[in-house]
Design a protein around this ligand. Structure first.
Ligand SMILES: NC(=O)C1=CN([C@@H]2O[C@H](COP(=O)(O)OP(=O)(O)OC[C@H]3O[C@@H](n4cnc5c(N)ncnc54)[C@H](OP(=O)(O)O)[C@@H]3O)[C@@H](O)[C@H]2O)C=CC1
Ligand SMILES: Nc1nc2c(c(=O)[nH]1)N=C([C@H](O)[C@@H](O)CO)CN2
Length: 236
């Protein structure tokens, strides 16, 4: 599929999965606008390839609305919005409410407000897509990440509602990964434990998410769907 000149917005692209997907979208000829919260080497690398970086702190309504206002100064059209930004916070004593509200804001309020305010930008592109990046853990729940899982479940609900609301001009889908890439501090015992949870038992890396994004962007007959990308955790 040839790239259009309407840019693709991807949130939280300063590192890891978001950075990889932004790089691959640039490789495939798409103009990219990305959000970042912290200055990282990946942010500069994207700028040097011509991507437009927009600061965003999605932990408050004011921060989300400020991002939306800034985004609208950079473009009048969008080919797609990929909601990748996320905080993976476990429950800790005395921090429960702050963690819950932070993850509600980044996983639910930000996609909700960005989709509502930016749908006119998507309406000026055909085809047009929204992709919510969720988590396979929603399927079963999580004892260690209760608020994280609940807010990702809310994101899955937004996929269904926005798919119905925006059809047929905008497709809305989700991607629910399990283990994609470890974090630097993950020790060997934790890595072995996590890898044992899936039938395929590998750390696939971020390309599997980009492949899923491309499937959703390129397929004209998929909406209201969340792709499971979990190495077969559900059959283990
Ligand atoms: N990695 C994995 O194995 C898995 C990942 N996923 C999902 O895939 C997606 C990508 O994962 P991964 O690359 O590990 O994600 P990260 O943990 O690296 O988070 C991505 C970015 O989100 C940004 N972010 C976090 N909180 C906020 C906030 N309040 N406002 C603005 N930006 C924020 C961070 O920006 P900054 O760094 O600039 O502060 C960060 O770089 C996420 O949605 C994640 O939940 C699901 C299952 C497994
Ligand atoms: N925002 C993030 N979400 C998630 C991460 C992460 O690093 N950042 N990591 C995971 C784990 O890999 C988990 O899938 C291991 O079981 C989940 N979500």
């Amino acid at each position: 599929m040839t790239a259009t000149n309407a840019p693709i917005l991807i949130t939280g692209a300063g590192q890891r999965v978001g950075l990889h997907c932004a790089q691959r979208l640039l490789d495939d000829g798409y103009p990219v606008i990305f959000s970042y919260r912290s200055e990282r080497p990946g942010v500069q690398a994207l700028r040097e390839r011509g991507a437009i970086g927009v600061f965003a702190d999605f932990s408050s309504e004011a921060g989300i609305l400020a991002f939306i206002a800034e985004l609208n100064t950079h473009t009048q059209r969008l080919r797609a919005i990929i909601h990748n930004a996320s905080a993976w916070i476990a429950e800790t004593p005395d921090e429960e409410s702050r963690a819950f509200t932070d993850m509600f804001s980044v996983h639910m309020l930000a996609p909700y407000l960005i989709n509502l305010h930016c749908s006119p930008l998507l309406q000026r592109s055909s085809p047009a897509d929204i992709v919510h990046i969720s988590d396979d853990v929603v399927r079963k729940g999580s004892r260690q990440h209760i608020a994280y899982c609940a807010t990702k479940a809310g994101l899955d609900s937004l996929t269904l509602s926005f798919a119905a609301q925006f059809a047929p001009s905008i497709k809305v889908n989700g991607i629910a990964p399990a283990m994609v890439m470890f974090n630097e501090g993950d020790d060997a015992a934790y890595r072995a434990k996590v890898l044992a949870k899936s039938a395929l038992g590998i750390e696939p890396g971020p390309e599997v998410i980009y492949q899923s994004v491309r499937y959703l962007l390129d397929n004209p007959y998929v909406t209201g769907t969340t792709l499971t990308v979990n190495g077969g955790r559900h059959i283990k």
